[in-house]
Design a protein around this ligand. Sequence first.
Ligand code: NAD
Length: 494
Amino acid sequence: MDQATIDALRATAVAPRNHLIDGRSVPASDGGTLEVLSPINGQRLTTTARGTAADMDRAVAAARAAFDDGRWAGQPPAARKAVLLKWADLIAANAPELAVLGVRDNGTEIAMALKAEPGSAAATIRYYAEALDKVYGEIAPTAGGVLGLIHKQPVGVVGAIIPWNFPLMIGAWKLGPALAMGNSVVLKPAETASLSLMRMAELALEAGLPPGVLNAVTGEGAVVGAALARSMDVDVLVFTGSGATGRRLLEYAAQSNLKRVYLELGGKSPNIVFADAPDLAQAAKVAAQGIFRNSGQVCVAGSRLLVEAAIHDDFVAEVAAAAAAMRVGDPLRLDTQIGAVNSETQLLQNLRFVETAQAEGGRVYAGGGRILQETGGYYMAPTIVTGVAPDAALAQREVFGPVLAVTPFETETEAVRIANATDYGLAGAVWTSGLGRAHRMVRAVRAGVVHVNTYGGADVTVPLGGVGQSGNGSDKSLHAIDKYINLKTAWIKL
Ligand code: NAD
């Protein structure tokens, strides 16, 4: 996509967005709306329906009815596959519109959004469409005289609550396997990034998904998200977002119908650089990208840089130089490498983290403040804080912003100890030329994914899931399918 196309799309008015329930566009039951502000300039973009608990109940009822009458689950696998493949094609065909709309809503730089949002969403939907007729049941190895069959059945109604950083990509991680397995879904997009996901849901209907199979309700998490999580008629809840919300969802499940809850939460991922890394210049560049792209609003961001003491000063200087070379600003420019922070609230929270880090003895080596305020938008300079103690807030708590905490280490053992000294366990990386050390570190670092001599980029074929307080279950890969099925045994006397 060229700059002229982006500029034309950014100038278009964005129509107010209603819920999508039972195949129809419906306003909130009390007529309420939420203002959508663009993080690019702080200006009003449009409104979305401010859902009520009654709206959510209606969406769940539509999903239940659609599941129970078999209008989707009862279709032959080949027919479901054809619809999902068509949906993927429509997402790909509408990629420019979806990407620009999403960036106007959430502020991710367009070059990244094009790949990570509609590009990856289409690939994910295609992957699960292709997988759905390759999921077989099993015959148990029983004694003679009986036959034990293990069926894999859809769970029924899936509730999916999505965050604002990559709504299409993360939405597709849930929708792909859930719909492929024949479930109905009720989607709850994030308040500050719902527009592109609502449009992607609409495209599913255009592709031929029957009404009621995919419903989407916008509004506040504490109202519609909570109503979804408390529903007695939702069988499985899948969530990506913060640990605080994840805890609430587990409580809501316990207070209602004990629905299964899968949580993909935050991280404080260590990027560990040894002096024997094969290419330190490349490691520094990737370290900067690994924390500063999308203004650090990436769950797997390498937000802690652990550097072997012998190379610490030179390496940090290289990371700072790489960060300084990244263009921060208007996320709708193709050459922008760091876009806007999603909201003013998030930006102010990022700045408070920097203040606390200084109070705890950290040194702001680069950045540290708000920039481009004259645009009205929410931008923060890529920030590097050195001398961060392993127990400091900046080493322990997820900022979800462009702030890198740097801590030196002396030995491999110490690197592992610091790396594992948080409640999180989502991602990490190790940079070394030692084959043995690379494998030892992959085993020792407590995380769902450990990169070696790279950071990020893992595709849909491999699982992404956290350990510890980074969550449970995994998105992506064939393993994700397990979340959306029930095993049922038929025990037959022969
Ligand atoms: P958040 O928890 O504030 O919101 C996520 C979603 O939950 C939103 O749709 C919100 O409306 C909803 N919600 C909020 N309160 C709710 C409630 N009481 N009941 C039900 N729903 C509620 O998180 P966020 O700020 O949007 O997202 C950022 C977080 O997501 C970060 O912690 C980040 O690390 C995490 N994340 C994790 C992954 C992963 O794969 N592990 C991927 C991306 C983001």
